[in-house]
Ligand binder design. Structure first.
Ligand code: AMP
Ligand code: ZN
Length: 487
């Protein structure tokens, strides 16, 4: 069974094999830590989490997974100038040490980010490294220098730019994203990190120091170009430094194809002389009512918003897997509720499997090997989690646990344990005994109702049942007794 992945580089579903034998090296573009990540961003991290788990659990490969932290960037500088009592206790430092302000803001949101991804089931121990851009300034300046030495970079007013005209004579620019040649603006320089497809121009590698901005020394051709890195060069340098180039798989959201990833490919090839990655894989957006969830549109939720609404983060994790990673996910609260029900349908089945089979039932062994093969085949087919789940539901609907013998149950428990190495949203074990606290007044009402019923005063019994229900409980009657349950 071989993994096939959709490779944006070739626009094809391609069989995957590690480039240099094992381990598989994955680089994921990480967050820009200027604020809380929203749940759309979370999709961009749950996707490589799923990928690395399938590579480990189903393919059996060891994996080196790297995700960077962008801790120096335009938005971080913009927001760190404002200051916040949360992350900047000493406001007095602000004027004196801009690096420290940006660093504090970034560190604060980096911690929040790592907490958030842990809450949704991503294990920080699964990362080989989580490099921060500001820890790699030497690697970044080294790459900028190489690009200039190789004739693809130039200095203008203290900043360094990538010479796109020159580069296009040597290689293709527009590998992940079709770029209209008439959009090339020869000789035009762009300083912003984010720009549109009709602004294809010489992009910035290193930004000249501005008053009040964080900066580092950079010796180039005998001059000190004090400044800070552009966003794109950070990933080129960190990918190279932490994994070596080319690595196996590069991930990110579809919006990163251009300019971020396109520029990354150009810079790494122009500087190091090698390709960046064999596979480029992109997750589609999480949308709200047909629009990409984003900070700038204001249509976003952060994880904390979901937790405040009492939503279990594992329902969010599971919901993300109900749609294939490269299809748009339409976010609704109703959808989260359906995901919860689906998750618990499987959870209940797992609990049932742990019960002792009844001696009187007609017990069967049933096709666990086939189930495993089918489910894993779907996961290997470009991480098709919805189809994999469909197979699981078809099986559990056709084979209620009550009809299965011990051997089949044991095999199924082993299968769900393996599957949980990927999904990581279930408890493998016996159904926990839940003890519910029943308040005294509810017990009292229940007793009164039972007496009313015995006296055949059904109107009174119904009225009492309604009062019990208002308190959030239901009464279940048998012939000679009743029990109180949580509604
Ligand atoms: P940023 O911190 O803005 O660089 O974004 C981090 C990751 O989230 C990138 O891989 C983006 O492509 C991805 N991303 C941003 N918005 C969404 C969204 N609405 N749905 C899915 N991924 C997104
Ligand atoms: Zn990146």
């Amino acid at each position: 069974m071989q993994l096939h992945l959709y490779n944006t580089l070739t626009r094809k579903n391609e069989p995957f094999a590690p480039l240099n034998g094992e381990p598989v090296r994955i680089y994921s573009c990480g967050p820009t830590v200027y604020n809380y990540a929203h749940i759309g961003n979370m999709r961009a991290f749950l996707f490589p989490d799923l990928l690395q788990r399938v590579l480990r659990v189903v393919c059996g490969y060891p994996v080196k997974w790297v995700m960077n932290i962008t801790d120096i960037e335009d938005k971080i500088i913009r927001d760190s100038a404002i200051g916040s009592s949360e992350w900047l206790p000493a406001m007095g430092e602000q004027a004196d040490n801009p690096n420290s302000n940006a660093a504090k803001l970034a560190l604060h949101y980096e911690r929040e980010f790592l907490n958030d991804i842990t809450t949704i089931g991503i294990k920080t121990s699964d990362f080989y490294a989580i490099p921060r851009a500001t820890d790699f300034i030497d690697a970044i300046t080294d790459l900028v220098r190489k690009i200039v030495e190789n004739g693809y970079g130039y200095v203008s007013e203290g900043s360094v730019y990538f010479n796109l005209n020159e580069w296009r004579k040597a290689a293709k620019y527009g590998q992940l994203f079709t770029i209209d040649t008439e959009n090339f603006r020869a000789g035009v320089r762009i300083d912003a990190d984010e720009y549109e497809r009709d602004q294809v121009s010489d992009f910035v590698l290193w930004k000249a120091h501005k008053e009040g901005e964080p900066s580092w020394d950079f010796e180039l051709s005998g001059k000190n170009l004090r400044g800070r890195p552009g966003w794109h060069i950070e990933c080129s340098a960190m990918g190279h430094a932490s994994l070596g180039l080319p690595f196996d798989i590069h991930t990110g959201g579809v919006d990163l194809r251009f300019p971020h990833h396109e520029d990354e490919i150009a810079q790494s090839k122009a500087g190091y002389g090698v390709e960046t990655s064999a596979f480029w894989c992109h997750n589609e957006f999480l949308e709200v009512e047909g629009t990409k969830m984003s900070k700038s549109k204001g249509n976003f939720f952060i994880l904390r918003d979901l937790l405040d609404k009492g939503i279990d983060p594992l329902d969010f994790r599971f919901a993300m897997m109900s749609v294939q990673y490269n299809y748009v996910f339409n976010f609704t609260f109703f959808g989260l509720e359906s995901a919860r029900k689906a998750r618990f349908r499987i959870q209940d089945y797992i609990y049932d499997l742990h019960e002792t089979p009844s001696e009187t039932a007609e017990l069967k062994s049933s096709y666990v090997v086939e189930l495993r093969t089918e489910v894993f085949a779907e996961l290997l087919n470009d991480l098709h989690t919805p189809k994999a789940l469909e197979r699981v539901f078809a099986y559990i609907n056709a084979h209620p646990a009550s009809g299965l013998d011990q051997q089949t149950r044991t095999q199924l428990i082993a299968f769900f344990t393996e599957l949980n190495g990927i999904f990581d949203v279930w408890e493998i074990g016996e159904r926990p005994v839940v003890t519910i606290e029943i308040p005294d007044d509810v017990r009292e009402l229940a007793e009164q109702r039972w007496q009313a019923k015995k006296n055949r005063d059904f109107a009174a019994a119904d009225a009492l049942r309604a009062r019990i229900s208002e308190r959030g409980f239901v009464i279940l009657d048998t012939k000679d007794a009743y029990s109180i349950e949580k509604a």
